[in-house]
Design a protein around this ligand. Structure first.
Ligand code: TRP
Length: 326
């Protein structure tokens, strides 16, 4: 039995890169464990940069709908809003009092942004402490994250051992990071890494018209229709290989090599394959976006279950600190 937990950034609509690189692997990991997995939308973290209520809400529902559409099992696993659990900010304060200033000063995420100190708020500085609270509050054992979060996980583990050591008692479970090392680089329509920053992404949940338009915007070489084409230098082919089966990919490879097959044909195939592969997910996504009350229900039930664990864990620390149990 091991608890899988991860936080999800709520910064805008999840794209194909997020699906293939983070959401689907995390759901698969959850499925491999009997214990309920904890997934939450890190809406408190997003406050460090954005303060717009409308866009926060919009992306919270979009992100939740995407995870649900991709198959999050709500019978077993949890999907809650970080901000629905008041214990997390309380724990953050206790943890902050055990966090050396120097360690936060060295954290990459802060260091990068601190070149422009005028734009740094204390929330950004203490971001890793809130993240540690997210993890330690629920006795998480396995935390799937991208490579960029490695240092944050180290800070979390340090904090947990420091506190356990200080009280000579195992108050916190030391979580194991599950780092996606060979992050599949998923190309965007311009061939660079698919990302919101480059605005080169494909969102498989868009309506057909918009989705098709974006697929047809993929940049390809100016090779004439008749000429053979190098599949390994083509973004359309690369994306196709990520959503199609191995046999289908081999078939397309042959078409490229034979010539007489244009990039338009390839884009049409890719578009059709995306619709096919994500057919069920697209339907579910639509359902949840049109029925946000269903998402609210899941948030509420998950928050209740999460808080049961949170209160127990928090009380272990409160007791050690000399505060009465809640
Ligand atoms: N900081 C993480 C990210 O940017 C999101 C996150 C917040 C998280 N709290 C977490 C991830 C706890 C794992 C565990 O991706």
């Amino acid at each position: 039995m091991a608890r899988v937990l991860t936080g999800i950034q709520s910064s805008g609509e999840p794209h194909l890169g997020n699906l293939l690189g983070a959401i689907l692997p995390a759901l698969e990991l959850a499925e491999q464990h009997q214990e309920s997995a904890f997934f939450f939308i890190a809406d408190l973290h997003s406050l460090t940069s954005r303060k717009d209520a409308q866009s926060l809400q919009k992306s919270t529902y979009e992100v939740a709908a995407a995870w649900l559409a991709c198959g999050l099992n709500t019978e077993k696993d949890l999907l809650y809003r970080q901000s629905d659990i008041p214990e997390v900010t309380e724990l953050m304060w206790y943890l902050a009092c055990f966090t050396p200033y120097g360690q936060l000063k060295k954290a990459h995420a802060f260091k990068e942004k601190s070149k422009n100190l005028g734009q740094v708020n204390a929330g950004l500085f203490t971001y890793p402490v809130l993240m540690a609270a997210d993890i330690l509050l629920y006795d998480a054992e396995i935390v799937p994250v991208g490579k960029d979060q490695k240092q944050h996980l180290e800070i979390t583990r340090d904090l947990a051992s420091r506190i356990n050591h200080f009280f000579n008692e195992s108050i916190f479970i030391i979580p194991e990071p599950h780092i996606r090392e060979q992050v599949m680089t998923i190309p965007g329509i311009d061939g660079r890494k698919m990302s919101k920053t480059y605005n080169n992404y494909i969102n498989v949940f868009w309506d057909e018209q918009r989705l098709r338009k974006q697929v047809f915007r993929i940049v390809t070489a100016p090779t004439p229709l008749e000429a053979p084409k190098d599949p390994d230098k083509c973004t359309v082919f690369h994306l196709y290989s990520l959503v199609a089966t191995a046999e289908e990919t081999e078939e397309l490879r042959k078409k490229y090599l034979n010539g007489g097959f244009g990039f338009k044909d390839a884009k049409e195939l890719l578009f059709g394959k995306i619709l096919e592969r994500f057919k069920e997910a697209r339907e579910k996504y639509r359902y949840f976006i049109e029925n946000p009350k269903e998402i609210d229900k899941i948030f509420q039930q998950s928050a209740e279950r999460a808080r049961e664990v949170a209160v127990k864990v928090l009380n272990r620390l409160r007791k050690a600190l000399g505060f009465p149990p809640r």
